[in-house]
Write a protein that binds this ligand. Sequence first.
Ligand SMILES: Nc1ncnc2c1ncn2[C@@H]1O[C@H](COP(=O)(O)OP(=O)(O)OP(=O)(O)O)[C@@H](O)[C@H]1O
Ligand SMILES: [Mg+2]
Length: 506
Amino acid sequence: MAPPQSIVHSDAMAAADHPAQPALEPPAEDAYRLLVDSVIDYAIFMLDPTGRVISWNAGAERIKGYSAEDIIGKHFSTFYPPEDLDARKPWYELEVAAEVGRFEDEGWRLRKDGSRFWANVIITALFEKSGRLRGFAKVTRDMTERMRAEEALRASEERFRLLVQGVIDYAIFMLDPTGRVISWNAGAERIKGYSAEEIVGEHFSTFYPPEDLVARKPWRELEVAAEVGRFEDEGWRLRKDGSRFWANVIITALTDAAGRLRGFAKVTRDMTEHRRVERTLTEQRRLVGHLVEAQELERRRIAWDVHDDSIQSMVAVGMRLQLLANRLPEQDAAVVRQLDEAVRASIGRLRNLVFRLRPPELDRHSLAQALDHYLTDLAGPRGMTYRLRHALDQEPPVESAITIFRICQEALVNVRKHARASAVEVSLTSVDGGTLVEVADNGIGVGAHVDTDAGVPADRPATDHFGMIEMRERAETAGGWWSVGRGPDGGTAVRFWIPDSPGGEP
Ligand SMILES: Nc1ncnc2c1ncn2[C@@H]1O[C@H](COP(=O)(O)OP(=O)(O)OP(=O)(O)O)[C@@H](O)[C@H]1O
Ligand SMILES: [Mg+2]
């Protein structure tokens, strides 16, 4: 703020008597007057020794609302709110200024219209050379905006502080540049078990297990954060009671405007439960994987047994029956031929069973052929048109092919059982190191009665329907994904992706 003393000083009052000054001399008295008069950011005016206004500038008019005619001759206490008048503040201020030369204050003042503004006020006593009090210069600045801004900032900081303190899911606290705790929130207390009184002032290495201390991990973390601005880590930390929790930790360096390190903000999240759930899930997937694998092995063994043993024996029985029929008289031969027919029909059904247990095409590395075979069996007899499109760069490995086949099998059974469709299309595409599959029908659609997110019907207990759950389980166990939604022709579309190598990422 411009020091008012340099603009208005005691000599100024008598300056009108001075002769005109040559160029480069200090500006003439009327130049000062012009300057003061035209300043609009500050109210600059003079009071006589009793406090009556004797001059008034543009800034005073703007800030206080009075014109010079309105106010000259009036006592400056007009500008003070009633409570200040009761306390005789205006007179007290002049007394102090007269005694020590100057008085500075911040407070509420009144405008002409009665509204208040927050003023910064400096009153300077003006003395004649003889030492007699001539009056006072008063410079007032309207600080309302700034005060409001500061107050808003304070309020927002306060709100933010309360917010941080109230958060209980995250430990949020600050460290000084050496790593000592300087603030602590409710989440920190909940997660780590220390109250603020117990921990503020302690070094944050307290939270690290001995093996990390030996490796000087806490200090290294601060070094990295100070250097690159941020450090993130997951690992074991200690609670007050010595128990361990699995923490996700982010340390952020806090620097001031000049770039100096002021400390660190540390946000810690307790991930113990999350980690446990994740591990359980991984373990479950592993078990499901084993089960599915064992089931497939068993199916293949049964399929081969039925094929190599039961079917072969029945084929042999059939041939004998034919030979027998040829040798018997006609009336007996008809009965034997009927027996032969029955045997053939059984062989057909057994072949079908073998196929469903383990399509032999899969072991001959042709997923497309296996699916084509299956589609023919399923759609053909029902007059449903079907199409198989495949754009495979290479044949998926046999484990992936089996998974794909099994999911298609369930999706297609669903089409047959539920869709009331006249057409179905299966497409296979090589994408991202895996196979993307879509089974789409033009039937009634699954959306109406199925919560597609969970993959189970919304209106029936999920426990009755395992198809969707099983499809998803199989896909996820194989490291892929599965979804069901609306198809391009309005029916249902089951889409899934199976990586070529289990555990592969899309
Ligand atoms: N292609 C489809 N078109 C129309 N509705 C379908 C289709 N596929 C599934 N649905 C609906 O979704 C439900 C759930 O399917 P899901 O395969 O889980 O069970 P399900 O076929 O009824 O029984 P499960 O498969 O256990 O023998 C079905 O009951 C059916 O209402
Ligand atoms: Mg089903």
